[in-house]
Design a protein around this ligand. Structure first.
Ligand code: CP3
Length: 632
């Protein structure tokens, strides 16, 4: 519809940059499908998993150009057929294929595996030969889970669309977007945007393109494209009332000026907020713009006077809270992190329930290890567990650097959703694990008491260690910058396990990497550098260029304020105090406030996260006590 769309745009007074981005692959060119048909009819497979309805139909249509449909149906019916969801089930039934396993909601890899393992007529996965229909996205997690259980997996990637044979118009359009000559992007299918990004990736400019695209007013024809755009980290600014091409262009034309102005205004405000955070001396303006910037938490990050000491608590959204446990009873933890609307609900509920002065993104420091190419699981009660750990130089080489816009777009989405739902004066903290703490998980495969593997690698092969830390650090910096861009007002770096190191080892093996991360972060967004159990490392942590330093309960806050005059401090009540009694909690809170002595730049927090068994009433009492005792 390129010509028609361009004509409509011109008719409405616009200038159209035409860039065909999709080419239909003829059915007869689907060689993957033919190879699969041959294997299928010769009885190679025990299990066939159909992931999508459209893809399943397309796969059959392609195979049918070479093999009679009856033969295909007979061959697939002899296997254990798994339908991932209702749409693939409908497609399969349409061909008369009996379905052995139907997967329950939310139809992720977990449910697929569980459903196969549970099914009475399903075959055991160990030793099974499994075909996995793929459409649009690869299912690396599912593939890996199948392999871990002893299955032989073959993916059948059959696509309807490819990049056009001539990508010059597409590349020209990319050049125009990069040169900021375009105002609006009209999207009528998500595949177009995927291909646009893929063409840019081929030219090594995907990240620049993503930045430029965020400056355009993005218009999506309907909810399906909008959803995919949001998943790609490019949420649309406009969607028409009806998903018809003519009406779409007409509606966009009528609103174009407002959309473009609105986007520019949004960007201008963002830039102003960033600038203002950077130059802390500026006076508050009259627009609502400064509500966030003048919140007690943000003022404290910049060491400005506050009406009362702001307080938030590490792990404020977690198992100690009934509301959280209720959500968790329904949804596995990783799933919760990956569903932005639920993650937002959990983060916002916790902030409101306890009355904290800031919210923290609901996520986990370990989600970044998946796109690095490692497996991640949370085993009930035992904490996180990582498969394919890094133990030597060769393992370091296969560790992938993360493109967060690609693989952690759900985090950006969670930030946008949380930001939208939070009150206008409550800042949102984004976060990441620090390079060392992440490295310790990646090497040990989980939590650790003595860090034997981590330290062994560090001392035995410093070259491999530094290479690993560099890959992690670059990934972390990009990840945090993505979070700031998505709308996080401050960024915390958790170095929870660094206290196991000697000062000399910290200086040689960790400091340069943490510093490199902080150096690479968007200027003007305050960084909170947190460690625990590491009072002897505090000087070096303070030297990394952080705006705020985490101080746990082992640190004398009064002395730390004197020692780091240019840095704000966050802490430092012992989390176990919350198990004592109401008067003891108030007393301990007053003592922490007294050691800060009203100096600017104190953010009240615990020395470490809230423990799961903590009574919620104690937490609320603590927040109230901080506010009451510190109010001027
Ligand atoms: O309010 C919040 O702070 C929620 C966001 C958040 C989580 N994890 C959610 C979570 C944050 C900031 C983290 C950081 C995190 N994760 C750290 C650094 C902070 C610290 O405590 O030192 C670390 C080391 C992890 C790794 C991790 N994740 C562990 C060791 C565990 C299991 C043990 C535990 O404390 O629960 C997790 C799981 C996890 N992360 C849960 C939550 C709410 C519990 C998951 C569940 O519901 O079962």
């Amino acid at each position: 519809m390129a010509e028609e769309s361009a004509a409509l745009i011109r008719k409405a007074g616009g200038v159209a940059i035409q860039a065909p981005s999709m080419r239909e692959i003829p059915l007869a060119e689907n060689h993957e499908a033919f190879a699969f048909a041959e294997e299928l009819t010769s009885g190679t497979y025990d299990i066939v998993i159909c992931m999508t309805g459209v893809g399943t139909r397309h796969l059959f249509a392609a195979m049918e150009t070479q093999t009679p449909l009856d033969d295909l149906v007979a061959a697939i019916s002899a296997t254990c057929v798994v339908a991932r969801g209702p749409k693939s089930a409908v497609a399969l039934r349409g061909f008369g294929v009996p379905i052995a396993v139907t997967v329950p909601e939310p139809n992720t890899w977990r449910e697929i595996i569980a459903a196969i393992e549970k099914s009475a007529n399903g075959r055991p996965l160990d030793g099974a030969s499994v075909a996995l229909q793929e459409y649009g996205v690869a299912n690396t997690r599912l593939e890996q889970a199948l392999r871990e259980r002893g299955a032989k997996v073959r993916t059948v990637p059959v696509y309807k669309w490819a990049l056009p044979a001539d990508t010059k118009p597409l590349r020209d359009a990319i050049a125009e977007i990069l040169a900021r000559t375009a105002d609006l992007l009209l999207v009528t299918s998500a595949t177009q945007v995927r291909h646009l990004l893929a063409a840019a990736a081929q030219d090594g400019c995907e990240e620049q393109l993503r930045h430029a695209l965020r400056e355009l007013a993005i218009c999506s024809i309907g909810p399906v494209s909008s959803e995919s755009l949001a998943e790609l980290g490019l949420p649309p600014d406009f969607e028409p009332a009806r998903s018809k091409l003519g009406g779409f262009v007409k509606e966009v034309a009528a609103k174009a000026a407002d959309l473009v102005d609105g986007k520019r205004e949004h960007l201008r405000r963002r830039a102003a907020v960033v600038e203002q955070t950077a130059s802390s001396a500026q006076a508050p303006g009259e627009e609502g713009l400064n509500t966030l910037d003048d919140s007690p938490f943000m003022l404290a990050c910049r060491r400005k006077p506050v009406p009362y000491t702001p307080v938030w608590l590490m792990r404020q959204a977690g198992r100690y809270m009934q509301e959280y446990r209720e959500v968790r009873a329904r949804i596995p933890f990783i799933e919760l992190c990956k569903r932005p609307e639920l993650a937002a609900e959990v983060a916002v509920t916790a902030q409101r329930r306890i009355g904290a002065d800031a919210a923290i993104l609901f996520s986990d420091i370990l989600l970044i290890v998946e796109p690095m190419g490692l497996g991640l699981r949370y085993v009930g009660g035992e904490g996180p567990s990582i498969t394919q750990t890094v133990r030597e130089g060769a393992d370091v080489e296969r560790l992938r650097e993360v493109d967060p816009f690609e693989s952690l777009a759900f985090v950006a989405d969670a930030i946008r959703t949380t930001r939208r739902e939070l009150a206008a004066d409550i800042p949102l903290i984004g976060f990441s694990g620090a390079p060392f703490t992440l490295a310790s998980y990646i090497v040990e495969g989980g939590g650790s008491k003595n860090y034997v593997q981590t330290k062994s690698l560090m001392w035995r092969d410093p070259g491999a260690w530094h290479a690993m830390m560099e890959t992690i650090s670059r990934s972390v910096a990009r990840y945090l910058n993505m979070q700031a861009e998505a709308g996080a007002q401050a960024l915390q770096i958790f170095d929870s396990w660094v206290g196991c190191l000697s000062p000399d080892d910290y200086r040689r093996f960790v400091l340069p990497h943490t510093k490199a991360v902080i150096d690479a972060l968007t200027p003007g967004v305050p960084v909170i550098h947190f460690g625990t159990g590491c009072p002897t490392l505090l000087d070096m942590q303070a030297s990394c260029g952080t705006a705020v330093l985490g101080a746990d309960h082992r640190v004398d806050l009064d002395a730390a304020f004197d020692r780091y005059p240019g840095i704000a401090l966050q802490g430092n009540l012992d989390p176990v105090v919350l198990f004592s009694s109401p008067p003891a909690i108030v007393d301990a809170t007053a003592r922490v406030l007294a050691s800060a002595a009203g100096r600017p730049g104190h953010i009240f927090n615990l020395g470490h996260g809230i423990l799961p068994a903590t009574p919620v009433d104690s937490v609320i009492a603590l927040v109230d006590a901080v506010h009451e005792l510190s109010a001027n």
